[in-house]
Design a protein around this ligand. Structure first.
Ligand code: AMP
Ligand code: GLY
Length: 430
């Protein structure tokens, strides 16, 4: 098959790495890709939001299957456009992508289909939003309704902080149209987990569970980021917990979307808070997590591509995926200053040395070639991933690889996986 992957991050590098290895793949393109992806796929300089050019490119190259990585083109309807042009595409339709595109839509959907999530209100009126915050008090969570690249959520510890978040979104217009409506919700306590399932419109196949570290600093401190590292398996997601998540959250969502005339196909990623009364949905994403994908794919023993095709074709009913027992960990290396302002085009050396550490794959998230060198071209730049028989082995190898990378302008967290690796810190059992 002739295949096109859309995206340019670490997630897409992991997807390209798996797809390029599939015996079903003859030719792989990635739009726009990055310097690491270029080792797996022919990169073409088309932006992920340039729907017209992507469709024209897929037509001209007789692409038979497209895999869309990031949320923005999904919410914009790229899958609908490609399918209308006769090109099979993995990912949800524009309507089904509303599960990520509008937090208010998802909250109302959960209420109608009895899916456990935090109590909430939806607001387009600033005065009403303020009264709700005064009535509920803190801690409380304020979320812009639309896509904000992960920046639209404020977990407010005080009423003033919550009011400021409402003003920023609804009065200051920090998120543009995406913040014209806000969801204000109950603060949930517990441990977070990332749960993915392949979905074909009617059936769902769970993937291995993962856990993300969202805060920029060691010990889960500092501002939220797109994710500074992940590990899989997630001890809190025991087999029994995975079944509860499927029964209470994933399957009702798949059935509910089908019943509502918006059948969901693609990968459904539930961000969960697992507390005393079981798993609750924090948010849905309609694509692979980044950097969750970077730990799921190295653990997958089965060929990924037939799974993606079966999801597109509505053929997941009797589909099964096999997983390695090995654990995986991904340490994100970001540019100094991230998630704030950071330098660009700083030179990265030692990548070949890092890749030689046993069980290590260095996925590129934001890199480019410049004068025969690899330079940083984004905030999150590398996802140094390692597998090993235990999470501790994987962690040791990942940091050994990190330490062999020579990039003075980069940094990483040194404690990825701590919850699972610190006796007594995790609430579940492996
Ligand atoms: P999101 O972008 O929706 O994943 O939210 C970013 C982060 O905010 C999540 O990973 C959680 O750590 C936190 N968060 C979001 N909603 C809640 C909530 N209702 N209760 C507690 N923490 C939350
Ligand atoms: N790692 C969280 C996300 O992809 O949204």
């Amino acid at each position: 098959m002739r295949i096109l992957v859309v995206g340019s991050g670490g997630r897409e590098h992991a997807l390209c790495w798996a797809i390029a290895a599939s015996p079903l793949c003859d030719k792989l393109y990635c739009a726009p890709g990055n310097a690491g992806i270029a080792a797996e796929a022919e990169c073409v300089p088309i932006g992920v939001d340039d729907v017209t050019t992507l469709v024209a490119f897929a037509r001209s190259k007789r692409i038979e299957f497209v895999v869309v990585g990031p949320e923005a083109p999904l919410v914009a309807g790229l899958v609908d456009q490609l399918e209308a042009a006769g090109i099979k595409t993995f990912g949800p339709s524009k309507q089904a992508a509303m599960l990520e595109g509008s937090k208010g839509f998802t909250k109302d959907f959960c209420t109608r289909h009895d899916i456990p999530t935090a109590a909430y209100g939806r607001f387009r009126d600033v005065a009403a939003a303020r009264s709700f915050i005064y009535a509920r008090s803190a801690p409380i969570v304020v979320k812009a309704d639309g896509l904000t690249a992960g920046k639209g959520v404020t977990v407010a510890q005080s009423v003033d902080e919550a009011l400021a978040a409402v003003d920023e979104a609804m009065v200051g217009g920090r998120f543009g149209a995406a913040g014209a409506e806000v969801v204000i919700e109950e603060f949930l306590e517990g441990e977070e987990a990332s749960f993915h399932a392949l979905v074909d419109g009617a059936h769902a196949v769970p993937l291995a569970a993962a856990q993300d570290h969202k805060r920029v600093g060691d010990g889960d401190t500092g501002p939220n980021t797109g994710g500074m590292g992940t590990y899989s398996p997630a001890p809190i997601v025991t087999p029994a917990m995975a079944e509860t998540i499927m029964a209470r959250i994933i399957r009702p969502t798949v059935a509910g979307m089908a019943a509502d005339g918006k059948p969901f196909k693609g990968v459904l990623f539930a961000g969960l808070m697992i507390g005393r009364d079981g798993p609750k949905l924090i948010e849905f994403n309609v694509r692979f997590g980044d950097p969750e994908c970077q730990v799921l794919i190295p653990r997958l023993m089965s060929d990924l591509l037939p799974g993606l095709i079966a999801a597109r074709d509505g053929q997941l009913k009797n589909f099964a995926l096999r997983w390695r027992d090995d654990a995986a960990i991904c340490v994100v290396m970001a540019a100094q200053g991230y998630p704030g302002a950071h330098k660009r085009a700083t030179v990265i050396r030692g990548l070949e040395r890092a890749a030689k550490v046993p069980g290590v794959y260095v996925f590129h998230a934001g890199t480019a070639h410049m004068d025969d060198q690899i330079v940083a071209s984004g905030g999150r730049v590398l996802g140094v991933t390692a597998t090993g028989p235990t999470l501790a082995d994987a962690r040791d190898h990942a940091y050994q690889a990190v330490d062999s990378i020579d990039w003075p302008d980069g940094f990483c967290r040194r404690d990825i996986g701590w919850r699972a690796l610190t006796p007594g810190a995790a609430t579940g059992s492996a």
